[in-house]
Design a protein around this ligand. Structure first.
Ligand code: SF4
Length: 307
C-alpha cells in the first residue's frame, strides 16, 4: 500500500476532526455499533516527562527517564515519524495520529515537534493531543500552528480544595507549588487554555476522571465550568485504582450513570474511551497494528494517563 492509500481519502479529509462535531455524529470516535467506516488511530508515545503529580497516576512526577528500559513505550520524534510511515504503509485507514503520553505532552517540546512534522509530511491526517492543561495558555498558538485540530484537556476538579487532593503538587515556571496554590494555578490554566483553544477553532474535549469519595459529587460543576469556557464535549473516565488512590474503589455502574447525567446537563457526553495506553494503535478494539508496526512483544499495562 502506498502512502495516502485509496481508502483514506474516502473517509477523511485534511480538515477532519478526530472528535465528533459538536452537532453531528462522526464515525471515528463513536462506539462500534454506530461506526460507519473503519478508522485507524495511532498514538505516538513521545512525551517523556510530566509537570504535575496526579494521585491516580503511576507516572512519576518529573521522572525524565520514564520507561527508559521499555523503548517501545517512549519514542524520539524521529522514531515516531518512522512509526507513522510504517503505519501508513500497513493501514489504508490510518486517519488519526495523536499524542497522549506517557508523560504530559506539553511538558516537553517532543510532542509538538513530532506532530508538526507529521502534519508537514501527511497533511491529510487528523492530529490530536491530550494535555493536563497546565501549559496550554502558553502553547496554544504553537498547538494551532502544528495542525492539531482536536484537543483533550483533563479537568478533574474546578474546586481548588478537591483538586488539591487529586493533584497536590505541580511544577510551574521552575518552581514547585503545593496544595491549593498548585490547584488554583492548574485550574486557572486549564480554563484559560480551553477558552483560548476553542476561540482558535480547535475542538476541545474534556476528560474527567470519576474518583469515588473525591470528585463524584462535583462532576456537574466541572461540566458547567468547562462548557462555559468553550469545551465541546466531556468524557467521564472511571478511576482505575492505583498509585496513591489504590485504596479507592473503582466507580460502579450507578456512580458512572449519575456522573454522566450530571455532566449532560451542561455538555454533550462522549461514550468512546478504551482507556488506551499512550502507544495504542489500530482500530478499536485492537487489530494488531501495534504489533505489526513495532515488531510484537509490546509491553502494555492498564494505565490511566491524562489522555
Ligand atoms: S495523569 Fe497525566 S498529567 Fe497526571 S501525572 Fe499522569 S501523566 Fe501527568
Amino acid at each position: 500500500m502506498t502512502e495516502g492509500g485509496a481508502g483514506l481519502s474516502q473517509t477523511m479529509t485534511a480538515a477532519t476532526l478526530a472528535f465528533p462535531a459538536p452537532n453531528g455524529k462522526r464515525p471515528d470516535v463513536l462506539p462500534s455499533a454506530q461506526t460507519t467506516a473503519p478508522i485507524t488511530r495511532l498514538h505516538l508515545p513521545v512525551s517523556p516527562a510530566c509537570n504535575i503529580d496526579c494521585a491516580f497516576c503511576a507516572q512519576a512526577f518529573d521522572r525524565h527517564d520514564h520507561h527508559a528500559d521499555q523503548a517501545s513505550r517512549l519514542l524520539t520524534p524521529t522514531q515516531a515519524i518512522e512509526l507513522v510511515a510504517r503505519a501508513r504503509a500497513l493501514s489504508s485507514t490510518l486517519s488519526v495520529v495523536g499524542v497522549a503520553g506517557p508523560g504530559e505532552p506539553l511538558a516537553t517540546h517532543h510532542a509538538l515537534d513530532t506532530l508538526a512534522k507529521v502534519h508537514e509530511r501527511w497533511p491529510d491526517l487528523a492530529l490530536c493531543l491530550s494535555t493536563n492543561g497546565l501549559m496550554l495558555p502558553e502553547q496554544v498558538d504553537q498547538i494551532a500552528a502544528s495542525g492539531i485540530t482536536t484537543l483533550t484537556v483533563t479537568v478533574n476538579a474546578v474546586d481548588p480544595a478537591i483538586q488539591a487532593r487529586i493533584t497536590p503538587t505541580i511544577a510551574w515556571r521552575h518552581r514547585r507549588l503545593d496544595g491549593t496554590a498548585a490547584a488554583k494555578r492548574l485550574i486557572r490554566n486549564q480554563i484559560d487554555g480551553i477558552a483560548q483553544a476553542s476561540a482558535r477553532g480547535i475542538v476541545v474535549k474534556v476528560d474527567t476522571v470519576l474518583i469515588p469519595t473525591v470528585n463524584e459529587d462535583h462532576i456537574g460543576d466541572i461540566a458547567e465550568r468547562v462548557a462555559y469556557a468553550g469545551a465541546h464535549l466531556i468524557h467521564i473516565i472511571p478511576l482505575v485504582p492505583q498509585h496513591r488512590f489504590a485504596h479507592l474503589p473503582a466507580p460502579g455502574l450507578m456512580k458512572r450513570y449519575v456522573a454522566r447525567a450530571d455532566a449532560e446537563r451542561y455538555l454533550r457526553v462522549s461514550n468512546h474511551c478504551q482507556q488506551c495506553a499512550a502507544d495504542a494503535s489500530g482500530t478499536a478494539p485492537d487489530d494488531g497494528l501495534t504489533a505489526a508496526c513495532c515488531g510484537g512483544g509490546i509491553w502494555t499495562e492498564q494505565i490511566l494517563s491524562h489522555g
